[in-house]
Design a binder for this molecule. Structure first.
Ligand SMILES: Nc1ncnc2c1ncn2[C@@H]1O[C@H](COP(=O)(O)OP(=O)(O)OP(=O)(O)O)[C@@H](O)[C@H]1O
Ligand SMILES: [Mg+2]
Length: 255
């Protein structure tokens, strides 16, 4: 993991309703090329945080810097960040190919057809290029959603529980695919999940959120060996040995 910061989040606060913070003045840094998971119970503010980072939700206060530049006023499509949602959010009336090329055309990317083909082949989607989303499996749809985001070459990709609707074996396969894509492209990934095992298996660092605050941000080993508080200890502490085994197994099969 690089020591260069790609994002600096400073005192970020979100109140949907005046006086009720759901993200409470949080600050943290994200490093170039890292895989950072955000782990926390339902309602703790994970999606709210991602929406602020990508630019579709203006924060109540605070700052977001990318490579040292304040990007709060930068519209989403100029932030160089992409987001992949849990429910895929594909265009149902368009083919796989059109789903992937739509934004490229809007962005007037030259040579977009060639680039889209290369990526679709790389992701095993080329044979499906003329199909509509409804005729694809969940895993295939999520792969299209990832391709659609990747094709714009963002330097940060945000994932909001991208695998939680998939069955276990597809989920395991997709974990490896996402990590392989990251290794190949060197892109920074911020990955929201409920699933502790997933976070421990995939991440360089894990951020544990609770009620709008960061309880701890550290490597999987740090969270296990030095939990910052009882909440983290309870949250990551269950089935500790199982998680360590998973972590080792995943890293072995990964290399
Ligand atoms: N548009 C909105 N208007 C008002 N309150 C909202 C809105 N969106 C989210 N909230 C509230 O903000 C809090 C954080 O929600 P958020 O969706 O960020 O949680 P989350 O951590 O992503 O949860 P989950 O794991 O269930 O997806 C919750 O209490 C939620 O009810
Ligand atoms: Mg959410």
């Amino acid at each position: 993991m690089s020591q260069t910061k790609i994002l600096e989040i400073v005192d970020l606060n979100m109140e949907y309703e005046a006086g009720v913070s759901v993200v409470k003045n949080i600050s943290f840094d994200v490093y170039e090329g890292e895989f950072l998971s955000i782990l926390g119970a339902s309602g703790c503010g994970k999606t709210t945080l991602l929406r602020m980072l990508v630019g579709i939700l203006p924060p109540t206060s605070g700052r977001i810097l990318k490579r040292g530049q304040d990007i709060l006023k930068t519209p989403p499509y100029h932030r160089g960040m992409g987001i992949v949602f849990q429910n895929y959010a594909l265009f149902e009336n368009m083919t796989v190919l059109k789903n992937v090329t739509y934004a490229m055309k809007v962005h007037k990317i030259p040579d977009y057809e060639q680039q889209a083909e290369t990526l679709l082949r790389r992701m095993g989607l080329w044979e499906l290029k003329d199909k509509k989303p409804a005729s694809l499996s969940g895993g295939q749809q999520q792969r299209v959603a990832i391709a659609r985001t990747m094709v714009l070459k963002p330097d940060v990709i945000l994932f909001d529980e991208p695998l939680s609707a998939l069955d276990v074996s597809t989920r395991l396969l997709m974990r490896h695919e996402i990590k392989a894509l990251q290794a190949e492209l060197g892109v920074t990934m911020i990955y929201v999940t409920h699933d502790q095992e997933e976070a421990f298996a995939m991440s360089d660092r894990i951020m544990v959120m609770h009620q709008g605050r960061i309880e701890q941000l550290g490597t999987p080993e740090e969270l296990i060996d030095h939990p910052a508080c009882d909440y983290v200890r309870r949250f990551v502490g269950e089935n500790l040995s199982m998680k360590l085994r998973d972590l080792e197994r995943f890293r072995r099969t990964d290399s």
